[in-house]
Design a protein around this ligand. Structure first.
Ligand code: 6PG
Length: 246
């Protein structure tokens, strides 16, 4: 399905639109299937969105029919400052007192390969193979990575897996580490995929990803192309500044 680009003045406006978009996807999924499954992104960009959803209150959405998963996680304990789960817990899960049984975090504190295998088992049990999310939220790094699919790393060759442990050594990750991540096929199976990208530091990579030559080894965000799902790039003007066509 063709992707769409939506531009916003700033991250606040982008986050408000993303909250409305997520709410519409959740309501439709619950109406059609009785449940909505979302893979949350990490990093800093989605925090504003999560806070807006929390500010909307528990009754704004059918949260008891929403299952939260993650697109990736750092190999740190869940209370670590770098934990994607911790950021979501502080901004969304605790404020809305979401049911822990519906919050499926990746075990960043465990052996990465075992944590990835366990998460893949949970996902396939819950969503099938491939696991079909209603919504996958993604960010993009200044190097063109998304989730924890980093340039030149082994997770780019998914090997038929849906979740993998991905060794990476990058300035973006402050050196050598291992990340747990959905693979591109797992993301591409989703009904809806949304990139939320803000900031001038993303402008160069975004121009390459969207308008440059196809080079997914260097720009892994180019791997995201759901064949049947709806892909929307939600960009602030700073991140979109170097786009020629959008
Ligand atoms: C992570 C994310 C990662 C993130 C981008 C953008 O674990 O860091 O999943 O893919 O979305 O690095 O991060 P910012 O939103 O902090 O710019």
């Amino acid at each position: 399905m063709a992707s769409k680009i939506r531009r916003f003045d700033d991250l606040d406006a982008l986050s408000r639109a993303a909250a409305e978009d997520l709410s519409a996807v959740v309501r439709a999924a619950v109406a059609e299937r009785g449940v909505a499954t979302i893979a949350l992104s990490g990093g800093s960009t989605p925090a504003r969105l999560f806070k807006l959803l929390a500010a909307g209150g528990r009754d704004a959405l059918p949260w008891d029919q929403v299952d939260l998963w993650w697109g990736d996680e750092r190999t740190v304990p869940p209370d670590h400052a770098d934990s994607n789960y911790r950021m979501a817990r502080e901004t969304l899960i605790d404020p809305l007192a979401l049911d822990p049984a519906r919050v499926h975090r990746m075990a960043g504190e465990a052996d990465p390969a075992e944590a990835a295998e366990d998460y893949e088992r949970q996902l396939v049990h819950a969503l099938g193979a491939p696991p079909v999310f209603d919504l996958v939220l993604l960010g993009m790094g200044p190097d063109g990575h998304t989730a924890s699919l980093f340039p030149g790393t082994k997770a780019l060759d998914d090997g038929g897996r849906w979740v993998v442990a991905n060794p990476v050594d990058s300035p973006v990750t402050k050196g050598a580490t291992v990340r747990i991540t959905l693979t591109a096929p797992a993301i591409n199976a989703a009904r809806h995929v949304r990139f939320l990208i803000g900031g001038v530091d993303k402008a160069d990579a975004l121009a390459h990803v969207l308008e440059g030559e196809r080079a997914p080894e260097r720009y892994p965000s180019q791997l995201i192309a759901p064949p049947t799902g709806e892909l929307v790039w939600m960009l602030d003007n700073a991140a979109a500044a170097k786009l020629r066509t959008a």
